[in-house]
Design a protein around this ligand. Structure first.
Ligand code: HEM
Length: 191
């Protein structure tokens, strides 16, 4: 225990707390601590991969939800007042679509990796944090669908004021779902 780095200990303790129902925690701890006393590059790589995946998950969650909220509260009100051209709306929606597509994919891949490494099928069903993962996955799917419709409406036929008006309610729902997803993420710290 004395020769473990603070990072290793944090990662190990986090894992142990999250998987009380699994049997290999002590073994994992001993293996990891042993690895640090007698460093094995593979273990350090495992920790680096876990930290990178979690960081990517958080960054893309923040960027996706942040972009959605910004369009809702800052961009759409101006467009609804007629400030902006169809060309500008086209550029805006194509950039937003790119952010959304990349975020959807990165969140699925990193979320899948987190779920696969931190949970078993049983713990997804039987524990509160496992249920939170399932809720997160469902909300991810709904949010992707809502934002797809929202962007299509904004980029639709007609005057900018009208398309922005049509899209507004969808972006409001998208923002609320996005914030709910971030709150869902916070809850993992307590369950
Ligand atoms: C297929 C979709 C997704 C899956 C499978 C998934 C899965 C996960 C898993 C397994 C965790 C770690 C839970 C734990 O620490 O026990 C997590 C954390 C988190 N997720 Fe997701 N997630 C998905 C989509 C999203 C989306 C769309 C957002 C927000 C827009 C999001 C935001 C977060 C946040 C903020 C955390 C907390 C990160 C941390 O504490 O380090 N996730 N997710």
């Amino acid at each position: 225990m004395l020769c473990a780095s603070p990072l290793s200990v944090t990662v190990i303790r986090f894992g142990e707390a999250r998987r009380p129902q699994q049997n290999y925690d002590r073994k994992t701890t001993e293996t990891l601590l042993g690895a640090h006393c007698n460093p094995k590059p593979a273990m350090e790589t495992e920790v680096a991969v876990a930290a990178t995946v979690r960081a990517l998950h958080q960054i893309f969650a923040a960027v996706w939800v942040g972009a959605t909220v910004y369009v809702t509260v800052a961009v759409l009100p101006a467009l609804r007042d007629g400030e902006g051209s169809s060309e500008m709306v086209g550029r805006l929606t194509s950039r937003f679509t790119a952010i959304s597509i990349v975020s959807v994919v990165v969140l699925l891949v990193t979320g899948g990796h987190l779920a696969g490494t931190l949970y078993t099928f049983e713990s997804l069903i039987e524990t509160t944090s496992g249920n939170l993962v399932l809720v997160m996955t469902a909300l991810w799917l709904v949010l992707a669908g809502v934002l797809h419709v929202a962007t299509s409406k904004l980029d639709g036929e007609g005057a900018v004021e009208k398309t922005a008006d049509d899209a507004y309610a969808w972006y409001v729902v998208g923002s609320l779902l996005g914030v709910a997803l971030l709150v869902n993420g916070v809850l993992f710290a307590y369950f």
